[in-house]
Design a protein around this ligand. Structure first.
Ligand code: MD3
Ligand code: FE
Length: 216
């Protein structure tokens, strides 16, 4: 609910079909930004942000935290989901209820009414940080979509096809933008170009991307 609720904004303009199964809901997360950023801080205090290592031994520029019954971890043998945080030796913090509610509503809005996340990955990008082209394929249930929420500084998102070598489309993802990836887009290659320097009034000099997943 905000001051602009009465303006005749065509909601179709805020909804973009990026590809079959992939829906961009521009600004859809803005109404919940303060609450979700507070919940992210609470998670980070329990499971501190870390630079993950790739299985190949490289250090990622972004920093990540995780919550939910399963958290995505990297090991020399590859990536997997694990119930215990290898650094704190504690279970991951639960996904805060306002974040679960958000992901369920966003998925339903995008046409996935049965989605309930059990895992959440929080990525923090400082200026210059990027994420190389990759697929997300470590979740057991690939029928479930991934729901992503971007907060803070904007970034250029690269969206490719089912092969790494394919053509990529570019989308600007800004504060409050939500993308839901399911169906034929679930295994699409994607990445993020280096984030430009800047300041966001709520998030400061960083970009936060939250992805909600169903692993089990
Ligand atoms: C398309 N995160 O955490 S969100 C990731 O901005 C990740 O931090 C990026 O890629 C980020 O794995 C992009 C958009 C996204 C997330 C998951 C996807 C796009 C996706 C899964 C399948 C297809
Ligand atoms: Fe990804």
């Amino acid at each position: 609910m905000d001051l602009f609720d009465d303006l005749p904004i065509a909601t179709e303009d805020l909804r973009t079909a990026m590809a079959p199964g992939a829906v961009l809901l521009r600004g859809w997360g803005r109404a919940d930004d303060v609450g979700i950023l507070a919940a992210v801080e609470a998670v980070i205090s329990q499971a501190p942000l870390r630079h993950m290592q790739t299985p190949g031994g490289h250090t990622m520029s972004i920093q990540t935290s995780r919550c939910g019954s399963m958290g995505w971890v990297s090991e020399p043998g590859g990536y997997r989901y694990a119930a215990i945080n290898p650094h704190t030796r504690q279970p991951w913090p639960a996904i805060p209820p306002n974040m679960v509610d958000f992901a369920v509503l966003a998925a339903a809005e995008a046409g996935y009414p049965d989605f309930v996340p059990d895992s959440c990955l929080i990525n923090q990008y400082l200026p210059g940080n990027k994420l190389g082209l990759h697929q997300d394929r470590d979740e057991r249930d690939l029928r479930a979509p991934v729901v992503s929420l971007s907060l803070g500084l904007p970034a250029t998102f690269l969206f490719g096809g089912l092969q790494r070598s394919g053509k990529t489309q570019r989308y600007r993802l800004a504060h409050g933008d939500v993308v839901v990836w399911g169906g034929p887009s679930r295994l699409a290659f994607h990445g993020v170009l280096p984030v430009a320097d800047g300041h966001h009034p709520l998030a400061g000099g960083r970009r936060i991307n939250i992805t909600f997943r169903k692993v089990g």
